[in-house]
Design a protein. Sequence first.
Length: 354
Amino acid sequence: MAEATEYDKLQDQRLDDLESLITAEYEPPEGTEYSFPVANQGITQEQFRLMFLGQANGMIHGNNGVINDSPDSTGWRYYLDRHDSDSETNQRNTLILRAGTSAESIVEGFYHRLTEDLELPFPPVTTKTTYYVTITYDPRDFKTNPVKIQVYPGTPPTSQGRVHVVLYKVERGPSQLLTQATVTRYRPYTAGLLSVQNRNQLPDPAAYPAGTLVVPSAEGHGVYVRQNGGLKWLDVLGHLSEKPGPWQRVGVFTGNNWAGSAQCRFRDGGLDVQFDVKNQGGSSNATADQIQLPSSIRLSRVFYTTVFTTSGPANYMLGRESPGGSSGRNGGLFNVDTRPGWTRGSFFVPDYFL
């Protein structure tokens, strides 16, 4: 196609100047009292935003239900990940924001979808810098793309009416490799509220996004939330009551030279975890990971504690965040080079880690 001539550019400018004359412009209401929308009339961008203030801003979390998720979904929507190798990550100074099979969100009433992985820059710094990865609504872009992914070196600006959903913070210091930066995950998600008559009428959880609340209207029937990480309704009041919940079996990595037993239970304020595992045959090749929480329980960030081993007290971590591994469920020794004969732990994980 031939490039536009100066005459063509002039005509385009003239058409732009005349656009307001040939396009019907909506005049918003004003005065002491008014309401909107009005039948057969448009609304402004600001009116549209105000109409959706009841919808919280955030990503839509499906978790392998029929809502924005296929049964074989990877689930890593808006998940910040490294490249295939640390050397590539450090050389490119970028991280990958994963799309998964359905990365979707709502910000100020506007819908956003990420269909392919997105490479985001985190360049080296001369002073300690906190990068914010956000889904940002910018009213100045209402005619093109009002909601998009942004990376801000420092607190995201709110001028010009910008609104941000923070997905991640990446804290990087001077002379620090990107793989050494501290990455904090947020990824808040939004969902709705339902009412049913009785708790035995709870709907199919696969038909609702994670975080959806269901309130049975019959007296004493609790409040239920669609679990993040499993297709089930969790009794919120039951988890927060003083009476502990039932013990649940926790997996032991028997295939990796560990044997023993482990269990957990919800109680007021968090999760009890107990385990006693032994190194089969004294193997030096036993993996660091020893136990795995049930698929219905995932930590939002790593919990560190101390356990007892054959060699004495040792560091322990529960809830690794690697997308290729435990997804917040594995527990194992931390910074321990020699595999002990046995490891025993009994600790409490506060609910703000769940």
